[in-house]
Each structure stands twice: as structure tokens, then as C-alpha cells.
Design a binder for this molecule. Sequence first.
Ligand code: 13P
Length: 250
Amino acid sequence: MRQKLVAGNWKMNGTASALTELGNLAYSCKSAKSEVLICPPSTLIYRASNVCVDSKVEIGAQDCHSATYGAHTGDLSAEMLHDAGATAVILGHSERRADHAETDKLVRAKATTAIAAGLTAIICVGETLVEREAGRTMDVVRAQLEGSLPDDSSGSKVVVAYEPVWAIGTGKVPTVEQIAEVHSGLRASLVKRFGGETAKAIRLLYGGSVKSSNAKEIFAVAEVDGALVGGASLKAADFAPIVSALDASA
Ligand code: 13P
């Protein structure tokens, strides 16, 4: 059985005052059955992990460099993030693929470094609207999966997040049939590459406009092991009901 996971991606939002919200979330989630992860901006990781110590909420990062250390002004290594208290890192988010021209090859290199530093790599894939309308969704996500996951991926090292680019921050959500099609296709690709036992332990999250109002139906879809949530992860009052919906689906 895969442990359900709900991860919040705060993106470039939050200063010290947001830690109060995190404390509220940790309190609300004290009896959560699902794994709960919040990925604040890097500036808050250390303080956030202190706020969440002895709670169910783990803290993650939103990116790392592919190198272990060196002359990369402004970047952060996986080891630094781990040292600051992160247990996971989001990699290959579509915003990074778009804003920083990140390729599958780079995402794979980052994932390898992150895993070596003891972080779980949450690797994002997802098609644009143009790609979906051209009937290319499965080709696009399969290629991203193939290119971005390291060869030694396993359930303890890697989580895959399917985030259709057109559903992020738009309020538009794919139908449950569309989510089911992509998730079962991703599972089949994982089985082909890593073998059934390893593939079946890798969690598949859905992300893109997940809210408390649609979480229940999304979590009922086969092969959906949880969610990667953006906007609705910023307030405990919005995020806690999503955690409860995932708990109820388990
Ligand atoms: P929203 O939940 O705001 O659509 O963002 C999804 C996302 O990009 C999470 O990584």
C-alpha cells in the first residue's frame, strides 16, 4: 500500500508571518493519517521545520542545484536544504521548466543529487493546453517521465506529480477520466521501466487547482495517491480540509 501524500507548494509566497499559518496547519493535522508536506520558499525552511518539529507536517524545498557544491551564485544545494530541515524537494515544476528553461536532463541530474543528499524528489510532469489540444498529452508526459526520473528511482526516493500546465492557478481541472487516463498511463510507464514491484511503490500525485471543493472526487480516481497543491496550501483553513479528504479516501 502506498502512503498517501498531500504536499503544499507555497511558490514565491510567504515571509515570517506565514509561520503562524504553518503552526495552525500543524495543529489541524495532528491526527492526519496521510503524509503532509509543506514546501515554503527556501528562506523559511529552517524556521518552518522548527515550527513543525514533533508534528505530522514535514518541510520540503521547491528546487535545488544539480551540483553538490561550488561556484553557483544564488543557488542552493540539496545538502544545504536537507541541513536546513527539508526532507523532500519539488523538481521540474512547470514554472521552473518555463522560467528557467529546465530540461528533463537537468531535472534528472537534480533528482540524482537530491536523492543522494537524503531528500525525496517530487518530480513534476504535465502538458500545456496546446499539447493537450493536439492530442499529445500522453506522449509529452511519458517523455518527461522517462527523461526526468533517475534509473535508480524507487518509492522511497521519488514521487511523481502530474500537473497539467493549463490547470495550474487557473481554476480549471481535468475531468476525472482525464486524470485517470494520465495516471494509469504513468503507472504503466513506471512498470515498464522499473518493474512491477518498484513501480507500484512510487506515488503519483495530481496537481492543478486542487481545492477542498474538488479534492474528494480527485482522490477517488484510481492511481491518485494524493495531491500537490499551490494556492490552497497557503492558508491552514484551505489546506486542512484537503488533508482530511485524502485521509477519508485512504
Ligand atoms: P494551484 O494549486 O495553485 O493550481 O498550483 C498547483 C501547483 O503548481 C502546485 O505545484
